[in-house]
Design a protein around this ligand. Structure first.
Ligand code: KG4
Ligand code: ZN
Length: 334
């Protein structure tokens, strides 16, 4: 096939996505079919429902991506898929579809770690320079990752309880905002004319770990106490206070990691990387500290298959292929 044309599949959570990317950078198609509407009435993702929806849509999404890309199946060089972590039933649908394509088209199969995908979403739009630090903030993950070379990852800090996006979604739920709540809190925080100050979880002075469950509890208890006194807290003030607390800790630790590890770049990745407040504050702090900050465009921050193709391209170049007995793993390590 033509050089490095990879078809990638992502089904780890509630998005069915198929992309075709040439040479790790040229996105020929990136079709994302979201199940959000289906899960909204439950207030969160229901694993069995997600799995069934992926089964219903995957074939159509593959066809759409191929049509849109203008690429012939015979021109593909590899099939990539998110192997984990994620919801096991959801991951299985993508893995089985990828294996079937790889087998029938006689192409190599490449299993990709979901977080490697989020990190390499940056590669679709930026030139990466190592060593680098990535702040990964999504619905399931909050991690500071040190990479000394392409394809190498070392987690230097992570959340000890809730992921940042999870905290956003739980606080949003308490404010009666629709799922997923992150974008709504972001908007409210932006509109707010004041903030209710919330605690910050710094943990031990040298730690790169995070904790957001205490903050979430603080928000819920502030809402409850106001409720008992018959006062209504202004939702935008709550949102601003919560967001400031999350962002300040994320930014502070990310900048400290870049300095300590002598990183050439700071990358932002994951769904919460779409957060306006986070992007603005990181940009300001990086500018002051002379640190180059890279972030994907908003459409490549949340789950999509183009980022999986970008991560797979590195493996393809290195000839790191998976066998046809590749297994979906819900808690695959990076
Ligand atoms: O990366 P992603 O699409 O899925 C996971 O791998 O988890 O991230 C989804 C998460 C959700 O928790 C959502 O509320 C959050 O990203 N999110 C945001 C924003 N946009 C999405 N959180 C804060 N501000 C946003 N603008
Ligand atoms: Zn994700």
């Amino acid at each position: 096939g033509s050089a490095g044309c990879i078809l990638a599949i992502e089904t780890s959570c509630d998005e069915t996505s198929v992309a075709i990317v040439r040479n790790g950078t040229e996105v020929l198609a990136n079709v994302v079919s979201s199940q959000i509407e289906t899960h909204q009435k439950f207030g969160g993702v229901v694993p069995e429902v997600a799995s069934r929806k992926h089964v219903e849509t995957i074939t159509r999404i593959i066809e759409q991506a191929v049509d849109k890309s203008g690429v012939k199946l015979g021109d593909l060089s590899a099939i990539a898929v998110t192997q984990g972590p994620g919801l096991i039933g959801a991951l299985l649908v993508g893995v089985v579809a990828a294996k079937s394509l790889a087998y029938s088209l006689q192409l190599p199969l490449i299993g990709v770690h979901h977080i490697a995908g989020h990190i390499y979403a940056n590669q679709l739009v930026h030139k990466l320079e190592y060593p680098l630090i990535t702040l990964v903030v999504s619905g399931g993950h909050t991690e500071l990752v040190h990479s000394e070379a392409p394809g190498k990852f070392r987690i230097i800090g992570q959340t000890r309880d809730d992921a940042a996006g999870e905290a956003y979604d739980k606080v949003a739920r308490a404010l009666h905002l629709p799922y997923p709540g992150g974008p709504h809190i972001d908007r409210l925080a932006h509109e707010a004319d004041a903030a209710i100050t919330m605690p910050r979880a710094w943990l031990e002075p040298d730690s790169y770990d995070f904790s957001f469950s205490g903050l979430k509890s603080a928000v819920l208890s502030a809402l409850n106490q106001a409720n008992m006194k018959g006062i209504k807290l202004e939702p935008s003030h709550v949102a601003r206070g919560f967001q400031e607390s999350v962002i300040e800790v994320l930014v502070e630790k990310a900048i400290r990691a870049v300095k300590e590890f002598g990183a050439k770049q700071l990358l932002l990745a994951g769904g919460v990387a779409a957060n306006r407040g986070l992007r603005t504050m990181l940009a300001e702090r990086c500018e002051k500290a002379g640190i180059p900050l890279l972030a994907p465009p908003l459409s490549l921050c949340t789950d999509n298959a183009a980022m999986i193709a970008a991560a797979a391209f590195l493996k393809w170049e290195q000839g790191k292929f998976s066998s046809l007995d590749l297994k979906a793993e819900s808690s695959l390590s990076l």
